[in-house]
Each structure stands twice: as structure tokens, then as C-alpha cells.
Write a protein that binds this ligand. Structure first.
Ligand SMILES: Cc1cc2nc3c(=O)[nH]c(=O)nc-3n(C[C@H](O)[C@H](O)[C@H](O)COP(=O)(O)OP(=O)(O)OC[C@H]3O[C@@H](n4cnc5c(N)ncnc54)[C@H](O)[C@@H]3O)c2cc1C
Length: 768
């Protein structure tokens, strides 16, 4: 990492290295001679890559005479000649040695004509080198200087943007260090101002739920859009970043006229904007790739989880794409002004730039929330391929221009990432055997998988740890998916990893179907384990912990809670408590986790409440507590429908009547939601089955509280629970988006309470 940083700094401060022109005098002379109206050499216009002019002794002679005339020191002359060698070699595909250029120069001295002799010639008639024109050279040098100043400034603004992220990372690191190294001090940071900051800035959603409840179609759309934004503190971080990008894109343009490089003022402005946006985009690539890595060391330093970096990665990617789009638009405008758009397609760097842009555009489109959720694997695979094409495009676009250092760093970070992945697989024992057991639901369909892997034992699992698993089957060996590490239950089984996997629609379904065909619903599969990943939570300083788990999120909650129990048991000086609220959709989901829940419930300090939410919905007795809510108390009917899954359709309509009569749009949405609830009738059981299930669950989980047929009312119950706890409390949620949002908002509200111990919220989500 240090080497990368050093490379980067060298690039930044080495004159001319990052700006596409390595010598001012050489470039000034090149641009003087390149003006076809002043110097009509025998080459077809526009010769954008100097393919013809680099072969022309007259043109080259003119440039070299100009260089000789305008340099005082030998070093300056050599540097300028080197620049001409570079331009002809890289762009014009004509490689000159220094002595060859000296020969061209010698030849030119004996055949050169004066500028006044050129003026009478028509186009493409100049067959002699021309003696330098001091005035034109001076003006050209100023043009080059202005261009270089502009490009240097743009590069510095780009580095400024990196600095912005650096500052954010430093703040996060300070917070992380305080949390881990000075827990007492951290716990005491609970005054009015820090509570206000956490309530209004750090903890809540971008827009609080209560502001998202206006009952119209437009508002529903706006609400769902706003919900897709990151939480407030992250949104503010991104907003500042965007604001800086806008300022840096628009500030400080100084046009210079007359200009030897840009004959038209508009062309100069367009090129300057294109340069600024392109350079800014280029400078962001290292951050873009760094933030997307699974093995990003900054996760450890800052305490930001992978998901947070991933959110920033997405916003940097969107910003880079917009910058690249502007770069493309303004370059097209520039070529249109210069009337050489078609000829540009002959240039390699132009074609590669277009390739990179197309790859980035497709990638941005396929990264939309919709695609990510619908076809995650298509998104992951296409993202990697498109990212390679994009970086290749940038590479060949910039190889003749500069700013390659940013690409070297980007590629190095990328290589390091894949090297680390490979290293983790090897450290886990390379190809290992996984014992897979399939669990069926009551319809005898694949429901979940329990996989036990014996790995090398060179690393130990920790709470919240997860690994990426590769199943070495021809159909999906190239896919890797993250799963939480449950085991080992006993210390001596430290090389045993247990994974509990819920069957979804992709690889997990294919695996489920495969094991379904095996004897006893069991098999042994060759696998790769890439891990461990994940970060743990600094629970030590908190006296109490409340966990919310949704579905398979219980795997993560279990690892944290179990570890915390041992930590709390070791500290006898304080009263500790752990509450676990688990919302499980089906009985099968609960059954597969019986052992773990039993193990956890054995400890007195642990209180477990299980909500079985989906099956058994319609058969609950009407007098369940949710019905006690009177319509006057309800400010969000949709919310109510979501939480009252235990009511029948008619009961819901009756309950909501005073509200639904106020708004017609609302009725449609309510109907839809109610129909969703009622459409699961296939999964429902009879009242007799209900009693049997309740009894069975109560017997198994006699130390837990089991609620059937409804979801926890987080918004109401969590603040109540927190009110009862006077000391510091960590609240952790690991469930679906909606559950996490509810817990987050409830915690934010509870922060208002004065004279309470510190409350902090931590979130884990099993998708991104
Ligand atoms: C840190 C972490 C820990 C996890 N732990 C567990 C666990 O212990 N048990 C468990 O059952 N599941 C866990 N998951 C979720 C699990 O990775 C996905 O459910 C699984 O990859 C789905 O595979 P699929 O191809 O069958 O899914 P699909 O049917 O293709 O997709 C189902 C859902 O999962 C999402 N998804 C699919 N692939 C991935 C992926 N590679 N990464 C993230 N989300 C994905 C999709 O966006 C979609 O919303 C965890 C996820 C993360 C990020």
C-alpha cells in the first residue's frame, strides 16, 4: 500500500508527468508547425496522429529548428527532442533515435526558408523547413502553458477529491479507535450535542419515515426512491462529494487567446471542460476500485463494514460515469467545432475511449437496484467483465496522454485484491470437502442447506464472520456467494465451519435440487472457502444488547449473541441482558435452527422472542394485541396493514375504514397489500394444526416466547424496551431492508431520551 502511495505522490509532483505534454518548448514548436494555414506542408488534413507529418523532413525540420532557436541549455534541447521522439513514436508510429533527429535538424538548417516566403504559397505546397517565427512561438508557448496549467489544476482538483475521502476515512478511523481503545470515554460521549448528532445525522434514514407517508402515487414513488438512498450520514458524505465535484468541474477556467492549439474560442472552452471532467474521472479510479474490494484494508482501520464502502463505491461510480459522459459530450462538441469528428475514429485513443464509455454505461445500467436484486449473478459476472473492459479502454486511451499513474495504482489495487482472495482460499486449505445436508419444508421442497466444512484450521472464525463459498460443480464452479460462519460449537472443533443456507432462486436452488437427488438428502461436495471476512462489533463497553433478526439473519445474530454471552459471563460486576427478537417466516426456518436457539436460550441473561410470521396468518384469534390499536392512533395505514398480518381482509377493511375513505389512491395500495397477505393461503394451516404447532414450538423453545402469525411491532415495542433499560445498550439489526429501517428509526427516536446510557445502532444486511 505504501509503495502505491509513493508511486502516486511521485506522479503528482513530477513536472509534466500527469498532463499529457512532457515538454513545453517541444509542444510549443510542434503546435506552431502544426498550423496548416500558416505552414501548408504536403500532408492531407487533418493529420491528427502526425502519421504523415512525422515522416516529413520539412515538418520535422521546422519543429527542430524552432526548438534549437528557443532553448538555451543542452538539457532543455534534449528534453524537447525527446518529446518530439515520443509524439512521433507513440502517435505517428515512427520511432526516431536522437541521432536521426540530429540528422533531420542538420538537413533542415541548410534548406530552411523564411516565414515571409511561405506566405505566398497555396495549400500543401511547402517542401522546405521554415525558419522559426519568434512571435508565433511566443504565442504558442503561452497557449501550451495555459493548457498545462489547466490540466495541472484539474489533476490537483482530482487529488482534492481523493483528499475528501481521505478526510472522511480519518474521521471514521478516529471514531473506530475511540470505540475499541477508549470504550469508557466513548460511552461518556453521550451529552445533548452528541445525542442530537446521532439522532439527526448519524443514525436515521435520509428522510424519516414519518415524512414519507403522503398518500398519493407520486409520493409513493418518491418514498421508494428516497428509501433506496443511503442513510443520512452517508447521504451527507456523498452530497458533499458531489458538491465538490460540481465546484471542481465548473471553477477556474482561464481561456487564452489567440491560441495556437485551439484556433476557435468555443473549441478551447469545450476541450477545457472535456479535459477537466476526464481528468477528474481518471483521478477517482483508484478509490473506485479500492472501495469495491472485499479485502480493502480500510475496513479494518475505519471500522466501516464492506457494505458502507460498497455504497460509496456505487456513488463514486455514478459520479465517474457522469464525468465520463460530460468528457465524451464536450469532446464531440470540440471535434464538431473543428470539423474532424469522422477523422477522430481513425485514432486509437478515441476508439478505446468509446469502448470504455460503452462498458461503463452498460455496467451502470446493470448495476441498478432492480437488476441487482433480480439477477444478482448476471450483475456480478457482467460487472467484472465490464470493469476489465473499462479499465483497458482507459489504459489505451491514456497511454499516449498521461495520468497513467492513476491507472497503475488502480490496477495494482485490483491485483492485490485478487491475490488476497487467492491467498485466503489457499489458507483455508484449497479444495476442501463440504458435507451438505438438505432440509425440506412441509411441502417436501428444498428449504435450506446445512453445510459443514473441515478447513485447514489456520484461522479461527469470529462473531459476524462470513466466507465466500465456491461449489466445484460444472454448472456453477465460477460463482462465489457469501455465507455466515456459524460454528464451531466446541473450541476443539476450530477447523470446522458450519453454514446454514436458505434456498433462494439462484445457485442455492440449483444446489438444493442437486442434493435432492442424492441418497438421504446428503452429499459431500468439493468446495473452495474464501475467508474469513467481516468485522465484529465493539460490544464490550455496552451493558445490554438487543438483537433483531429477520429470517436467515439469525445466523449473524446468533454468532454475535453467543460471543456476547461469554463476554458478559466473564464480567460479573455488572448486570447484563441480551434480547433476541427473531422474525422467522416459516416453521421450517425455525426448525433448522433449533439447536442454536436452544443453546442460546440456556443462558439466563438471554431473552428470546420468536415471531412466526407467514404461516398461520388467518387463524389467529381476533383478540390479539394488535387489534387494540384504535384507528385514531394509526398515522400510516399501509404500515398497519404490513404489521397486522393476523387480521382477515374484512377486519382490516373495518379497522381502516375511517382512514381509507379519505383517499382513493390509498385504497388501491391497501388492497394490493391485503391481497398479498391473503394470497399466501396455500401455506396456511388449519386451526388444529395451529394448536399443534404452537404446542410443538412452545415445547421445543420452552424458554422462549413464541408469537404466531404476526410480525414484531418494532416501532412501538423497541422504544418501550429501550425506555426500561437505563444503561448503555447496543441495538443490532440483521434482517430485510424494512426491518432494519424500522429498528434504525426506533433507535433514532429513543436517542431523544435524556439521562440514559448511550444507545448505539449497528446494522448487518445479507444482501447489497
Ligand atoms: C455478509 C453476508 C452473509 C450472508 N450469510 C448468509 C447465511 O448465513 N445464510 C444464507 O442463507 N444467506 C446468507 N447471505 C445471503 C446469501 O449470500 C444469498 O442469499 C445467496 O448468495 C443467494 O444465492 P442465490 O444465487 O440462490 O440467490 P438469488 O436467488 O439469485 O438471489 C436472492 C437474493 O439474494 C441476493 N444475492 C444473490 N447473490 C448474492 C450474493 N453473492 N451476495 C449478496 N446477495 C446476493 C440477490 O440480490 C437477491 O436479493 C449472506 C449475505 C451476505 C452479504
Amino acid at each position: 500500500m505504501k509503495v502505491l502511495w509513493l508511486l502516486f505522490m511521485i506522479c503528482l509532483f513530477r513536472p509534466g508527468s500527469c498532463r499529457g505534454i512532457s515538454d513545453e518548448t517541444g509542444a510549443a514548436c510542434l503546435f506552431v508547425a502544426s498550423n496548416f494555414s500558416n505552414y501548408p506542408f504536403d500532408c492531407a488534413q487533418p493529420d491528427l496522429e502526425y502519421k504523415c507529418r512525422c515522416l516529413s523532413p520539412e515538418f520535422l525540420g521546422t519543429v527542430l529548428l524552432c526548438i534549437d532557436d528557443n532553448t538555451d541549455e543542452v538539457d532543455e534541447l534534449i528534453q524537447a527532442f525527446d518529446y518530439i521522439k515520443e509524439v512521433c513514436g507513440v502517435q505517428g508510429s515512427k520511432k526516431y533515435s536522437f541521432t536521426q533527429l540530429i540528422d533531420v535538424f542538420d538537413n533542415a538548417t541548410s534548406h530552411a526558408i523564411s516565414v515571409s516566403e511561405v506566405n505566398g504559397l497555396n495549400k500543401s505546397q511547402l517542401h522546405n523547413p521554415v525558419m522559426p517565427d519568434t512571435q508565433r512561438f511566443a504565442s504558442s508557448r503561452e497557449s501550451v502553458r495555459h493548457l498545462l496549467t489547466h490540466r495541472n489544476k484539474s489533476t490537483k482538483y482530482g487529488v482534492g477529491l481523493i483528499g475528501y475521502w481521505g478526510l472522511s476515512l480519518v474521521l471514521a478511523t478516529i471514531n473506530n479507535v475511540l470505540q475499541w481503545c477508549f470504550p469508557e470515554f466513548y460511552m461518556n460521549m453521550n451529552g445533548d450535542s452528541t445525542r442530537w448528532l446521532r439522532e439527526h445525522v448519524i443514525c436515521p434514514q435520509l428522510i424519516s419515515e414519518s415524512h414519507l407517508r403522503k398518500n398519493s402515487r407520486l409520493n409513493t414513488f418518491v418514498s421508494s426512491l428516497l428509501r433506496s438512498f443511503p442513510i443520512r450520514v452517508q447521504s451527507i458524505t456523498v452530497a458533499f462529494y458531489m458538491a465538490l465535484v460540481i465546484i471542481f468541474c465548473t471553477a477556474d477556467y482561464q481561456l487564452y487567446r489567440p491560441n495556437s492549439i485551439f484556433p476557435w474560442k468555443n473549441a478551447q472552452l469545450f476541450a477545457y471542460i472535456a479535459d477537466r471532467t476526464g481528468i477528474l474521472a481518471m483521478t477517482q479510479l483508484p478509490m473506485l476500485i479500492l472501495f469495491s474490494g472485499r479485502n480493502n484494508a480500510l475496513q479494518l482501520i475505519t471500522g466501516w463494514p464492506y457494505r458502507t464502502f460498497n455504497i460509496f463505491h456505487r456513488w463514486i461510480a455514478r459520479t465517474v460515469w457522469i464525468l465520463v459522459l460530460l468528457h465524451a459530450v464536450f469532446y464531440v462538441a470540440f471535434t464538431a467545432t473543428c470539423s474532424n469528428y469522422r477523422e477522430r475514429w481513425m485514432i486509437n485513443k478515441w476508439r478505446w475511449a468509446n469502448t470504455a464509455f460503452v462498458a461503463a454505461s452498460i455496467s451502470i445500467f446493470l448495476s441498478s437496484r432492480y437488476f441487482r436484486r433480480k439477477c444478482h449473478q448476471l450483475f456480478v459476472s457482467s460487472h467484472q467483465i465490464l470493469a476489465i473492459i473499462f479499465v483497458l479502454g482507459c489504459w489505451y486511451h491514456c497511454v499516449t496522454l498521461g495520468w497513467m499513474e492513476f491507472l497503475y495504482v488502480t490496477v495494482a489495487i485490483w491485483a492485490l485484491e485478487y491475490f488476497s482472495r487467492f491467498g485466503k482460499i489457499m489458507l483455508s486449505g484449497g479444495i476442501v470437502k463440504g458435507n451438505c445436508k438438505l432440509i425440506l419444508n412441509k411441502k417436501l421442497e428444498p428449504h435450506s442447506l446445512r453445510i459443514t466444512v473441515h478447513h485447514s484450521g489456520w484461522w479461527r472464525s469470529f462473531p459476524g464472520a462470513y466466507s465466500y463459498l465456491y461449489f466445484l460443480q460444472p454448472k456453477f464452479f465460477w460463482q462465489s456467494h457469501p455465507f455466515t460462519i456459524l460454528g464451531p460449537a466446541r473450541q476443539e472443533d476450530f477447523n470446522k465451519l458450519v453454514f446454514l443456507i436458505r434456498i433462494k432462486n439462484g445457485i442455492t436452488k440449483q444446489l438444493g435440487n442437486y442434493i435432492m437427488r442424492q441418497e438421504n438428502l446428503m452429499c459431500t461436495l468439493p468446495m473452495l472457502v474464501e475467508g474469513p471476512y467481516g468485522s465484529t462489533i465493539p460490544f464490550k463497553a455496552y451493558q445490554h444488547a438487543i438483537f433483531f433478526a429477520g429470517g436467515v439473519g439469525i445466523t449473524v445474530v446468533y454468532t454475535f449473541a453467543m460471543d456476547l454471552v461469554h463476554m458478559y459471563l466473564a464480567d460479573k460486576t455488572k448486570n447484563h441482558s441480551i434480547d433476541v427478537v427473531w422474525s422467522a417466516p416459516t416453521i421450517s426456518a425455525i426448525e433448522e435452527f433449533v439447536d442454536e436457539i436452544e443453546a442460546l436460550s440456556r443462558f439466563e441473561m438471554v431473552k428470546i422472542i420468536i415471531y412466526l410470521t407467514r404461516e398461520l396468518e388467518t387463524i389467529l384469534p381476533i383478540d390479539d394485541h394488535e387489534l387494540k390499536i384504535t384507528p385514531k392512533e394509526i398515522d400510516d395505514p399501509i404500515e398497519l396493514v404490513n404489521s397486522c398480518t393476523d387480521l382477515s381482509y374484512n377486519e382490516l377493511v373495518k379497522l381502516l375504514d375511517p382512514l381509507s375513505s379519505n383517499s382513493k389512491e390509498l385504497t388501491t395500495e391497501l388492497n394490493q397489500r391485503m391481497n398479498d397477505i391473503l394470497s399466501t393461503t396455500g401455506e396456511r394451516v388449519s386451526p388444529v394444526e395451529y394448536d399443534v404447532t404452537r404446542e410443538k414450538l412452545q415445547n421445543v423453545f420452552f424458554r422462549c416466547k413464541v408469537n404466531l402469525g404476526r410480525r414484531p411491532s418494532i416501532k412501538k415495542e423497541l422504544p418501550g424496551l429501550l425506555k426500561l433499560i437505563p444503561d448503555s445498550t447496543a441495538v443490532v439489526s440483521c434482517g430485510p431492508d424494512k426491518m432494519n429501517r424500522d429498528v434504525r428509526n426506533a433507535v433514532a427516536k429513543s436517542l431523544r431520551e435524556p439521562n440514559k446510557g448511550r444507545i448505539d445502532y449497528f446494522e448487518e444486511e445479507l444482501v447489497w
